[in-house]
Design a protein around this ligand. Structure first.
Ligand SMILES: CC(C)(COP(=O)(O)OP(=O)(O)OC[C@H]1O[C@@H](n2cnc3c(N)ncnc32)[C@H](O)[C@@H]1OP(=O)(O)O)[C@@H](O)C(=O)NCCC(=O)NCCS
Length: 187
């Protein structure tokens, strides 16, 4: 299987483009030194630039995802990373899922919402996705609130073992349907 390179997406504030590891890894290494970035994800503070190069190379080579580097359109600073799963059709519904890591200085600046708008337009309009799925630990307030603000609806809460905290925790599962996205973003 071969990884699919992400199409470059842009608006007036952001550019989402495929990774350029030589360029992106040093900046992302610095951003990932912030412990708050990793509280509710499977990642941790990287101890070397080589770890971050490996992470980004892993995104590029992954056969099941389309991944982007998010950069500020004006300053060209690296804002974060974003990936979606290659859509799959199940019971006549085309489904994908998404995840993002936004550098802490860009939290709640409008960048995450702008990146979501670009990615969802691409997924719903160009990839013919019907439903975008996403999950977050209940305590990941930023993620839960960000998804709810973006139009995701809660469909399930599952108890799952969190290896980072070595205990069972609630994981919230959300869906953004194309209809809801159209209502929120296109009308
Ligand atoms: C999760 C993450 C992507 C959310 O992005 P963000 O930039 O922090 O949040 P957003 O700008 O999308 O938030 C949108 C809205 O949600 C609400 N919201 C977000 N975080 C909130 C919080 N902590 N408390 C209350 N409301 C919040 C607000 O209404 C906000 O709009 P406002 O800033 O205009 O008031 C980001 O915090 C991040 O990358 N965290 C680390 C990695 C991570 O946890 N990724 C997700 C894994 S599931």
């Amino acid at each position: 299987m071969v990884a699919i390179p992400g199409k470059t997406l842009r608006d007036v504030t952001l550019i989402l483009r495929p990774f350029d590891v030589d360029r992106d890894a040093p900046e992302w290494f610095i951003a990932m030194q912030e412990p708050d970035m990793h509280r509710w994800t499977g990642n941790q503070v990287p101890d070397s630039l080589a770890n971050v190069r490996e992470l980004l190379l892993g995104y590029i080579a992954h056969p099941d995802i389309i991944a982007w580097c998010i950069r500020d359109g004006r300053s060209d600073q690296m804002v974060g990373t974003y990936w979606i799963a290659i859509p799959v059709t199940c019971e006549e519904k085309c489904m994908s899922s998404d995840a993002q890591r936004i550098a802490k200085p860009f939290w709640r600046t409008g960048c995450t919402m702008a990146a979501r708008r670009l990615v969802y337009r691409y997924a719903f309009e160009e990839l013919a996705v019907d439903e975008m799925h996403a999950g977050a630990w209940e305590q990941n307030v930023n993620s839960v609130q960000s998804m709810e603000r973006a139009g995701f609806e809660l469909v399930e809460v599952k108890i799952r073992y969190n290896p980072k905290y070595k205990e069972a925790m609630n994981e919230r599962h959300y869906v953004l349907t194309r209809q809801n996205w159209l209502k929120l973003y296109r009308i």
